[in-house]
Design a protein around this ligand. Structure first.
Ligand code: DAT
Ligand code: MG
Length: 138
């Protein structure tokens, strides 16, 4: 089985969309192997979003991601779970995201775009280790 990190961002928790988002992944055939509601601190966000440090939107991004609890989860599927999740999330900017995707169906703002999913197998391994260091990784 292949695993990836999903975060239902603080806007999804505030809007009561966690069940809708996780339910879509479950109905697709992915299985939840770990999940916890957490308020993410600056240290963990700096590690998670290291690739974006210094960009113009970085301050807004980490302020948003830490403003309230997020649902962090690891999901697994038969192969390339990260790719399945990315297709179901839709484009980064919800205004460009296709109908039928999570961002396309529920979002209008690029910062508050509801959901995070790892963008490669390598990112998935790195991010799962940040958020769930004690989870056994095959
Ligand atoms: P994704 O979340 O689709 O992997 P990303 O890794 O490029 O997108 O960016 C991480 C998050 O940062 C993204 O979900 C929302 C925010 N973001 C990205 N580009 C942005 C921009 N141009 N303006 C404001 N926020 C942005
Ligand atoms: Mg990304």
């Amino acid at each position: 089985m292949d695993r990836t990190l999903v975060i239902c961002k603080p806007d999804a928790v505030e809007r009561g969309l966690v069940g809708e988002i996780i339910g879509r992944f479950e109905r697709k055939g992915l299985r939840i192997v770990a999940a916890e509601l957490r308020t993410l601190d600056r240290g963990v966000l700096d590690r998670h979003y290291a690739e974006h440090a210094g960009k113009g939107f970085y301050g807004e991004l980490v302020a948003f991601m830490g403003r309230g609890p997020a649902l962090v989860a690891v999901v697994e599927g038969p192969e390339d779970a990260w790719s399945v999740v990315r297709h179901m999330m839709g484009a980064t900017d919800p205004m460009n995201a296709a109908a039928g995707t999570i961002r396309g169906d529920f979002g209008t703002m690029v910062t508050e775009n509801l959901v995070h999913g790892s963008d490669s197998a390598e990112s998935a391994r790195r991010e799962v280790a940040i958020f769930f260091p004690d989870l056994h990784q095959e």
